[in-house]
Ligand binder design. Structure first.
Ligand SMILES: NC(=O)c1ccc[n+]([C@@H]2O[C@H](COP(=O)([O-])OP(=O)(O)OC[C@H]3O[C@@H](n4cnc5c(N)ncnc54)[C@H](O)[C@@H]3O)[C@@H](O)[C@H]2O)c1
Length: 481
């Protein structure tokens, strides 16, 4: 056997004194004796939250609100709703996510009543612009709508009017259907009524608006399993909270809204504030899973595990919008961080790691699309950016007037990625192909192969990284699926 010893075992590779990220390391292929479809990616977010895919959307205000949380649960993952908003708004996002039985995020634009539509861009690929008090779908009531054909017929002066001056009102219950009816039923209502859209309502409040085009689009997506459903029969939804005294009141409202797990959201989770909050949550709500973090070292992980966390969140300074490593000179390469934290957590419980900008820019991410240099883009910002701090996380960043405010993140934009209902199934299939190459038929098997040193890795030199990407071509088109 030793004759074939090749590559490095993980513990040797990650003990070289380098902070590696994913691009720096490569797995060596092993032996295949099963098909790609036989690979199971099921795992747990935390002690009591099983997932059929290892996908979690990050608690950021440009990533996880109701549509993202519902879509992630429908796919078998979970969404963690951000807390850069007041308590009532966060609780209402959770309730709405649980009510989105069909996690369809409409392609249509949503605007507030005073908005002036100055170009067709407001409609996006849809024939409608919907109007709500807040200009978002996280709202108690749909007020009205404008169709593209109606707007096209308006003259220059009319187009300078505010939407509420010319929108068609939606007060008629003609458009409304119950939030939990089947997709087929929605389709037949759309056919019968010739309306072009329906309003899904729960307890007299608008839960979602779905157009005929949205239904057609969703029908073309890959089919998923039953999704991540909780004991209440609704989607499981997670939420972030902080470690301040006021977060205890927030937590109470989130629990009443049906939250299934909480993430203590901090860039450096190994603090007295977090340890005390973990104990408080475990004492007050023993059945609720608490995910601690963020952590990147074994020592941090051990402290939070001893305080009673049910899961860990890994990553410091590795987000694409994050400047923590630059500003504070603290953090760790993400591959090393995940490996080190998992080597402690594997002995007791699961750990997940922070995503990057993978889900930002999707249809389900909050915010409206804009066009820049001919590209359809969506805003994406760090929760430590000055802009996000000003919106809500001021208090967390010691943002009271007497303290200096230092950003640990930036504001940017990412390209339109389409719906996560399509992006994630394709991505998970690619992951399964990778697992098959490793000879790992499940996440547990991959862990076992890694810990038993059967799975081998190597660091990639700069030239090897270039070789591993597309190279030497004058031009090419990269289409992933
Ligand atoms: N993962 C990362 O690398 C990273 C980096 C920067 C920011 N972020 C994100 O930005 C947001 C804010 O992160 P953060 O670490 O600044 O938030 P935080 O709330 O953990 O910390 C902000 C400051 O408040 C202090 N603090 C926390 N609880 C306290 C209490 N009870 N009493 C007194 N002081 C207390 C902290 O020690 C820290 O100095 C989060 O969403 C986080 O995920 C993440």
């Amino acid at each position: 056997m030793s004759r074939f010893e090749d590559g490095f075992p993980a513990d040797k590779l990650f003990a070289q004194g380098y902070s590696y990220t994913y691009d720096d390391v490569i797995f060596l292929p092993h032996y295949i004796d099963f098909s790609t479809d036989a690979v199971s990616l099921s795992t747990r977010l935390s002690r009591r939250v099983p997932l059929s895919i290892p996908c979690v959307s990050s608690p950021m205000d440009t990533v996880s609100e109701s549509h993202m949380a519902a879509a992630m649960a429908a796919l078998g993952g979970i969404g963690i709703v951000h807390y850069n908003c007041d308590i009532a708004a966060q609780a209402s996002i959770i309730r709405q996510a649980k009510s989105l039985k069909h996690p369809i995020a409409s392609d249509a634009g949503v605007k507030f009543p005073e908005y002036e539509i100055s170009s067709l861009d407001a409609f996006g690929p849809s024939s409608f612009v919907f109007v709500t008090q807040t200009g978002t779908m996280t709202t108690p009531k749909l007020l009205g709508y404008v169709t593209k054909s109606q707007w096209k017929k308006m003259n220059y002066e009319q187009r300078e009017m505010k939407i509420y001056d010319y929108m068609k009102s939606c007060d008629s219950s003609d458009y409304c259907v119950p939030w939990d009816i089947d997709l087929e039923k929605i389709e037949s209502v759309l056919e019968d009524k010739q309306k072009g859209f329906v309003v899904l309502e729960r307890n007299g409040e608008t839960v979602n608006v779905v157009t005929k085009d949205d239904i057609e689009r969703v029908k073309g997506y890959p089919k998923s399993g039953p999704g991540t459903v909780g004991p209440d029969g609704e989607w499981m939804v997670g939420a972030a909270i902080g470690t301040r005294e006021s977060d205890k009141e927030r937590l109470e409202h989130l629990v009443n809204a049906g939250v299934n797990a909480v993430v203590l959201d901090s860039s450096q989770g190994n603090s007295i504030y977090q340890l005390e909050m973990i104990k408080y949550v475990k004492n007050t709500y023993p059945e609720l899973d608490v995910i601690g973090g963020n952590v990147v070292t074994m020592y941090q992980a051990q402290n939070l595990i001893q305080a009673g966390v049910d899961g860990l969140r890994v990553g410091m300074g590795s987000g694409s919008i994050c400047t923590t490593q630059e500003v504070c000179a603290v953090g760790r390469g993400q591959a090393t961080a995940v490996y080190k934290v998992c080597s402690i957590a594997a002995q007791s419980r699961d750990s997940g790691h922070s995503g990057w900008c993978f889900l930002a820019g999707s249809t389900e991410a909050p915010g409206a699309y804009e066009y820049k240099n001919g590209k359809r883009i969506k805003k994406y910002r760090g929760m430590g950016s000055l802009e996000a701090m000003t919106k809500g996380s001021d208090q967390r960043y010691l943002g009271d007037k007497t303290k200096l405010k230092i950003a640990q993140g930036v504001v940017g934009a990412v390209a339109d990625k389409g719906s996560v209902l399509k992006l994630i199934p394709y991505t998970m299939h690619a992951v399964k192909q990778g697992f098959q190459d490793l000879g790992a038929s499940s996440l547990q098997s991959a862990h076992d192969l890694l810990r038993s040193n059967i799975l081998r890795l190597e660091a990639r030199t700069g030239a090897a990284q270039v070789e591993g990407g597309v190279h030497g071509l004058v031009s090419y088109e990269k289409k992933s699926f």
